[in-house]
Design a protein around this ligand. Structure first.
Ligand SMILES: *[C@@H]1O[C@H](CO)[C@@H](O)[C@H](O)[C@H]1NC(C)=O
Ligand SMILES: *[C@@H]1O[C@H](CO)[C@@H](O)[C@H](O)[C@H]1NC(C)=O
Ligand SMILES: *[C@@H]1O[C@H](CO)[C@@H](O)[C@H](O)[C@H]1NC(C)=O
Length: 191
């Protein structure tokens, strides 16, 4: 009985751990836009975009960075626009992404008052600037993040230069594993 309880508790901890290390993936507006984009892909006979955790992380960091920029300026941040995504390198580092695995990807920000999901979605699927990215079989994965009136969509590919893979030179994953191991030790000790 005791060992069953312990097993259950451990399992709960692992779930909590997994859940806590992927924050904000469950924001409502982000999720509804993600589903809308995949419905759009379906109507074009394209495979749905997979959720890519690193791309979610990056989209979230960028949205946070851009939240105070007035919506009128959004077109300057379109791909190939006059402005670079602010502090992109910093966000790539923070998400532990290997930068050479990002060059085929694309970052698509939109700014819509209150992020009304239907407006955001039509921004992505109906505007000439963005529809051509979503209507493209080259992209296979996505990450979304939002903050205030801004939503950011990161599209990834399954080519070596577009997967948004982890940067092997960072210790982040190792640290997370260590924390989990410590937690398990502690629980065993307490019981
Ligand atoms: C998104 O919608 C807003 C408001 O309708 C518009 O001003 C903006 O240009 C749109 N952006 C794109 C990428 O279509
Ligand atoms: C989507 O792509 C297909 C094939 O490349 C093209 O025929 C179609 O016009 C495109 N539609 C939009 C909305 O871009
Ligand atoms: C980054 O990705 C490239 C291409 O996949 C790989 O050759 C390189 O070793 C990676 N670097 C790190 C630090 O993970």
């Amino acid at each position: 009985m005791a060992s069953f309880k312990l097993g259950f508790f451990l399992l709960a901890c692992v779930f909590a751990f997994l859940f806590l290390s992927t924050p904000t993936q469950c924001k409502d507006e982000v999720d509804s836009v993600y589903k809308g984009i995949n419905s759009f892909r379906q109507t074009k006979n394209l495979s749905p975009l997979n959720r890519v955790p690193k791309a979610y992380c990056l989209a979230d960091e960028i949205a946070e960075e851009m939240e105070d920029i007035p919506c009128e300026q959004v077109s300057q941040y379109y791909p190939g626009g006059s402005m670079q995504i602010p502090k992109l390198q910093k966000h790539i580092d923070k998400c532990d992404i290997n930068i050479t695995t990002t060059s085929d990807g694309v970052i698509l920000p939109v700014c819509v008052a209150k992020l009304e999901p239907t407006v955001v979605l039509s921004n992505y699927t109906h505007s000439d600037v963005y529809a051509k990215y979503l209507n493209n079989s080259k992209y296979t994965g996505a990450g979304l993040g939002s903050e205030d009136d801004w939503m950011v969509l990161v599209l990834t590919t399954n080519t070596p230069t577009g997967t948004f893979a982890a940067d092997a030179s960072t210790l982040h994953a190792g640290v997370e594993f260590l924390l989990l191991a410590l937690l398990v030790l502690l629980i065993n000790y307490l019981y």
